[in-house]
Design a protein around this ligand. Structure first.
Ligand code: ADP
Ligand code: MG
Length: 693
């Protein structure tokens, strides 16, 4: 239950004086439905309305608040002309100018013969002092209210600044002093004000730095937000850990045997990750671990060995991948290894024939099948395991959280391993996945080629084709990636099909086409011809982005590279450079390049380190972009900015960890205040789990 002290803050916006249903609708849209949401709606700027000159002395271009006598109304002679109101003071006359405004409203607001306080931007137009569309018009006694520094807030269509200012003012009046939940030494060191003081200060900016990301008052509120978030994650995580899993450990019999049979040595990174996984599995809690590693860093074999550990313990393992192509690829790699150690590996996709499907389903129930590799077909209701001990998910970002859970639920307290080739920046890891343990495969397996990366404007297409002719004659294999399948009417995207036809006319019979709308069987056929070298060029949409391993492919051409994100381009480039031939990645772009696109291409040319690229990507995209990522499971903060508040994020994580270590149920005095913090940020369900814990 929400503590009483917070009730006023969680009252609907509508309960504020002067906020009717219509206005509260708009306010909800821009900040949220409750009073507290208004408090969190921080200014993005300010307007200084203190400058109050005489008409004769106005500084053109400035914001001025002037006391004026209304002298005359001059309605326009045509719709195109403005409505003018002539006013003045002892020193001179000026015009208030309105376009498309209603006359009756203006007559009401600015009655001739009376005095009004008017505030807005003044200019000199044809020698006359003018103010068009004043921001504020008030009675003389309202002068002091208007003549201030006014915060500026993000608005929405239908909501102007005046009512929002009023609503926020009203909301702030509802706030009271709350018990301090922050550590006092920390507060002092950071010079953070108390919560309510910080709130009041943030909403009354006096200068540029007050509205910046680094104002102490703002940082205080942001730290509250981050701490609430980290605390909630830490609590959930510590409770999950207590939920018992199963102990999966053995003497390595099969693992040792297969290790000797692998065609390569594991890299140090792979060994490290494997050890982390195996020791997690041996613990009595449920494993939830993420393996992060660039394309080609060799995640599959690590997952395979973990699955073998489960098999050693008479348990089953499942590997789920997002596409049939990938599933087939995994199956081809792993099946022979399994055969060597007598482990039965099978495959399940959406397109299996009935007999095969029945065999597989039976084998899973009676335990004949030890490892199953499949698409999301594995999630179907009729798939039952004898005893699933480990669920592995490849390219986890292609699945939703619930799909991950569904696979996991097929076992009894099964351990879970998720893999991603999209490295997650540390900061995001902290805030979005801090309930996950993570292993990073940083180095690449030996023998990986460096990929020469070049950026070439689309206008030089013919040159590219000429060079391609030479390299193809030397046995090269090229991917040619286009952004969309069909010509879009709105954008001049080079359609993959058109490009395919064009290239096929140049390289008769050596070009294949692969796109998302093809049937799986067709896709497979094309992939196979490409893999076996019948085709030398594979024109593809981004369907090849995920996980495909074709060691012979050594050229990657990306059209309209400027339209791809940094991480995506890095993924694409990772498709080549796996074999012995020297490799190249050609980023074709159309001018003019945006600043941002230029930066992306530059970074790609500079580095091949996926982790660094991920950090740069985050910086380039900034938190603004991330606000659009609600669906992707990334957190959306109201105030914090993942990029510029990294220091606070790290501090909040440590703080949360320490708090829960010392006071796991938040029973101390500070613990009680922290519960209020959790409620304040609507982590009610987390506080409830504390109670039941
Ligand atoms: P990803 O991490 O992208 O899933 P894969 O697991 O598909 O990468 O591995 C890419 C390729 O590297 C595969 O052909 C795999 O057999 C090979 N490989 C994996 N580990 C090593 C290693 N330690 N040494 C050499 N090659 C390796
Ligand atoms: Mg992979």
């Amino acid at each position: 239950m929400r503590p009483e002290i917070l009730f006023p803050l969680f009252a609907p916006v509508q309960t504020l004086p002067g906020i009717g249903p219509r206005l509260s609708g708009f306010v909800s849209k821009v900040c949220g439905p409750n009073i507290i949401d208004l408090c969190w709606h921080l200014p993005i700027g300010f307007i200084d309305r203190r400058y109050s000159p005489d008409v004769a002395n106005v500084l053109p271009g400035s914001i001025a608040t002037i006391k004026l006598k209304i002298l005359d109304h001059q309605p326009p002679k045509s719709r195109k002309l403005p409505y003018k109101v002539i006013c003045g003071d002892n020193t001179g006359e000026m015009e208030l100018v309105f376009f498309h405004s209603r006359a009756d409203y203006l007559v009401h607001m600015l009655p001739v013969g009376e005095t009004r306080i008017v505030s807005g931007k003044v200019d000199i137009f044809k020698g006359k002092v003018q103010m068009s569309h004043p921001d504020r018009i008030g009675l003389p006694e309202e002068a002091s209210v208007i003549q201030t520094i006014e915060p500026v807030y993000r608005l929405t269509a239908g909501l102007t600044s005046k009512p929002l200012l009023k609503a926020i003012k009203g909301a702030l009046l509802k706030t009271g002093v709350l018990p301090e939940w922050q550590d006092l030494t920390w507060l002092k060191r950071q010079k953070f004000p108390a919560w309510r003081d910080a709130l009041l200060k943030v909403h009354a900016p006096k200068n540029e730095s007050d509205v910046g990301n680094n104002s102490t008052a703002r940082r205080r509120l942001i730290y509250d937000e981050l701490l609430a978030d980290q605390l909630a994650l830490t609590i959930v995580r510590s409770l999950n850990r207590k939920k018992s899993g199963r102990i999966i450990k053995s003497d390595n019999g099969l693992i040792k045997k297969i290790m000797g049979k692998l065609p390569f040595e594991l890299t140090t990174g792979q060994k490290g990750a494997l050890n982390e996984i195996l020791s997690d599995m041996a613990e009595p809690y449920r494993m939830l671990r993420l393996i992060q590693g660039d394309v080609g860093s060799g995640k599959t074999v690590v997952a395979f060995l973990a699955m073998i550990r489960a098999v050693e313990c008479q348990l089953q393992a499942a590997l789920m991948a997002p596409t049939e192509v990938l599933v087939l690829q995994h199956y081809k790699t792993l099946k022979p290894w399994g055969e060597y150690i007598g482990v039965n590996i099978e495959i399940l996709t959406g397109k299996d024939n009935k007999a095969h499907r029945k065999n597989v389903l039976d084998g899973l129930i009676n335990g004949d099948i030890s490892i199953i590799i499949g698409t999301h077909a594995l999630l179907q209701d009729d798939v039952h395991f004898k005893d699933l001990g480990l669920a592995v998910i490849d390219e986890q970002h292609r699945f939703g959280v619930h799909q991950r859970l569904m696979l996991n639920e097929k076992g009894k307290k099964a351990d879970m391993l998720v893999m991603t080739a999209t490295p997650i920046p540390r900061t995001l890891m902290l805030c979005a996945y801090s309930d996950l343990d993570s292993s990073r495969l940083v180095e690449k397996p030996a023998g990986r080629q460096e990929v020469e990366t070049r950026a070439v404007p689309t206008t030089r297409l013919e040159e590219i084709i000429d060079r391609l002719k030479h390299t193809l004659d030397e046995g090269a294999r090229a991917f040619w990636v286009c952004p969309l399948v069909e010509e879009s009417e709105l954008m001049d995207l080079e359609a993959a099909t058109d490009r395919y036809k064009f290239l096929d006319s140049r390289f008769k019979g050596r070009v294949g086409l692969l796109h998302g709308k093809m049937k799986p069987s067709e896709k497979e056929k094309v992939m196979k011809s490409f893999m076996e070298g019948e085709l030398n060029i594979l024109v593809a949409t981004t369907v090849i982005e995920v996980g495909v391993d074709i060691p012979d492919a050594n050229i990657m051409i990306v059209e309209h590279a400027e339209r791809f994100g940094l991480a995506q381009l890095h993924q694409l480039r990772g498709r080549v450079g796996r074999g012995i031939k020297s490799s190249a990645c050609i980023l074709m772009y159309s001018n003019p390049l945006s600043e941002n696109a230029r930066a992306r291409i530059k970074i790609l040319r500079e580095t091949d380190d996926g982790f660094r690229i991920a950090e740069e990507d985050l910086k380039l995209r900034g938190a603004g972009e991330l606000l659009g990522t609600r669906q992707s499971g990334l957190p959306v903060f109201r105030m914090a900015d993942i990029v510029s508040h990294q220091d606070l994020m790290v501090a909040a994580k440590d703080d949360a960890k320490l708090i829960i270590e010392r006071d796991p149920y938040l029973n101390s005095k500070r613990g009680e205040a922290l519960r209020i913090l959790l409620y304040l940020f609507q982590k009610d369900n987390v506080v409830q789990t504390l109670r039941s814990g």
